[in-house]
Design a protein around this ligand. Structure first.
Ligand SMILES: Cc1cc2nc3c(=O)[nH]c(=O)nc-3n(C[C@H](O)[C@H](O)[C@H](O)COP(=O)(O)OP(=O)(O)OC[C@H]3O[C@@H](n4cnc5c(N)ncnc54)[C@H](O)[C@@H]3O)c2cc1C
Length: 394
């Protein structure tokens, strides 16, 4: 077993770290304070070929693998979570469904614009009555004269309401029964499941309206909104993959997305540790740097150890996916482990900063607010436990 990154992966890490420290760190606090979407940074990420890392070059992607993608997400989150989730939701959730399930024509139409960062992709799964219970979709789409007519609402959707948002892939009920999507287990457990399909809805389509942005605890510079669909018509050809495959498709998308969000957890935890260590070395109390006190050293040592263990879990999930193996279990374990770790490390980092940890000009204050969503988004901790227990055969 080789724990070293390849030279290509090291280069990805170095490139993104330099970019994050040079271009993101100086503006992160201001963007967060003003709740301003990072348009310039997204444009630069596009120029660096980072807005479509795991997609083939023939579609304008970076031609990288999942590990390269995880490294990039980790390095961005080490500095700022809003920028990281923008890239992460765009890649894993917005662009991925088109790459995995789209027709050749859909790929040619959308992937180059998404991978260049010219347009952002979003994924609309969550609804007022369908969060953890994502199959409980109420949004409906009926086929009428060669068009899907969509009615319904989504909530908490990332990247759908910016000036450069291009598409949202949504789940909708397209029929009375789930034919292709349900596994034997879900079909038995959930006889109420309807036929769910995925549809591409371009921004600007009449009847599709992103709502006002939410006022959030964190991720302030990222875009999160409710979406409404009222007699919204898209061509029949905007169906993603076979009709009724939407349930299976979104489960797979969520598995992949968990690797990205788990990489965010490691990155945030590492950023918190880096900030805490630097502060502890220069803050003097009782005549010496607080880093010399055993109580502080214990916190730093525990953080570093847990982060390294969690990082290996994330890289293992990425490796399994890249090897074409089943990665559902490892991705859920990585997501569960890293979300909790990010929350704990952010809290310890604030503690090590003392009163300054509560003051916004210190990054750990923002990290603390940004960490909590990592135990909720992309499947809550309780949902990860369900996925893990199921994989164990419990
Ligand atoms: C900032 C932000 C960005 C987001 N971006 C997106 C996005 O881009 N696209 C998208 O589709 N969604 C997005 N989401 C939605 C997110 O994925 C959901 O909030 C999350 O999956 C939880 O769903 P819920 O909020 O409906 O909570 P609920 O499902 O109502 O859960 C409430 C509580 O009940 C628990 N619970 C539920 N069912 C069970 C059970 N069977 N056993 C034990 N406990 C259970 C949960 O774990 C949780 O603690 C985003 C959310 C936020 C806040």
């Amino acid at each position: 077993m080789d724990f070293d990154l390849s030279p290509a992966h090291e280069l990805t890490r170095r490139t993104v770290r330099e970019f994050a420290e040079g271009e993101v760190a100086p503006v992160a606090e201001e963007l967060d304070r003003n709740k301003a979407f990072p348009y310039e940074i997204v444009a630069k990420l596009g120029q660096l070929n980072l807005m479509g890392i795991p997609f083939p070059e023939e579609y304008g992607g970076g031609g990288g693998d999942t590990l390269a993608y995880a490294l990039a997400v980790e390095e961005l989150t080490r500095v700022d979570s809003s920028v990281a989730i923008t890239l992460c939701a765009h890649t894993s959730l917005g662009t991925q469904p088109i790459y995995l399930f789209g027709s050749e024509q859909q790929k040619r139409e959308w992937l180059p614009r998404l991978c260049s960062g010219e347009r952002l992709g979003a994924f609309g799964l969550t609804e007022p009555e369908a969060g953890s219970d994502a199959g409980n979709t109420r949004t409906r789409a009926r086929l009428e004269h060669g068009e899907w007519v969509i009615d319904g609402a989504k909530q908490f959707i990332t990247n759908a309401g910016t000036e450069i948002s291009g598409i949202v892939c949504i789940t909708a009920v397209t029929g009375p029964r789930d034919h292709a999507g349900a596994t034997e287990r879900t079909a038995t457990a959930r006889p109420d499941l309807k036929e769910i399909s995925n549809l591409i809805v371009p921004n600007g389509t009449p009847g599709y309206e992103p709502g006002e942005p939410y006022r959030k605890m964190g991720w302030n510079a990222s875009d999160t909104r409710p979406l409404s669909f009222s007699e919204c018509r898209v061509p029949e050809a905007n169906l993603l993959g076979p009709r009724g495959a939407g349930f299976r498709q979104f489960l797979h998308i969520l598995d992949i997305g968990r690797i990205g969000v788990a990489a965010m957890g490691v990155g945030l935890a590492q950023g918190a540790l880096d900030q805490a260590l630097a502060y502890a070395k220069q803050r003097v109390a009782f005549g010496k740097p607080i880093s010399k006190f055993q109580a502080i050293q214990g916190k730093l040592a525990d953080m570093a150890t847990e982060i390294e263990a969690a990082r290996l879990l994330v890289y293992k999930a990425a490796r399994e996916k890249d090897a074409g193996r089943n990665f559902t279990l490892t991705a859920a374990q990585a997501k569960l482990k890293t979300g909790r770790l990010a929350v704990r490390c952010a809290e310890e980092a604030v503690q090590i900063h003392g009163g300054y940890g509560f003051i916004e000009e210190y990054p750990v204050c923002r990290f603390y607010r940004d960490a909590k969503i990592l135990t909720i988004g992309e499947g809550t901790d309780e949902v990860q436990q369900m996925v893990i227990a199921r994989a164990l055969g419990a």
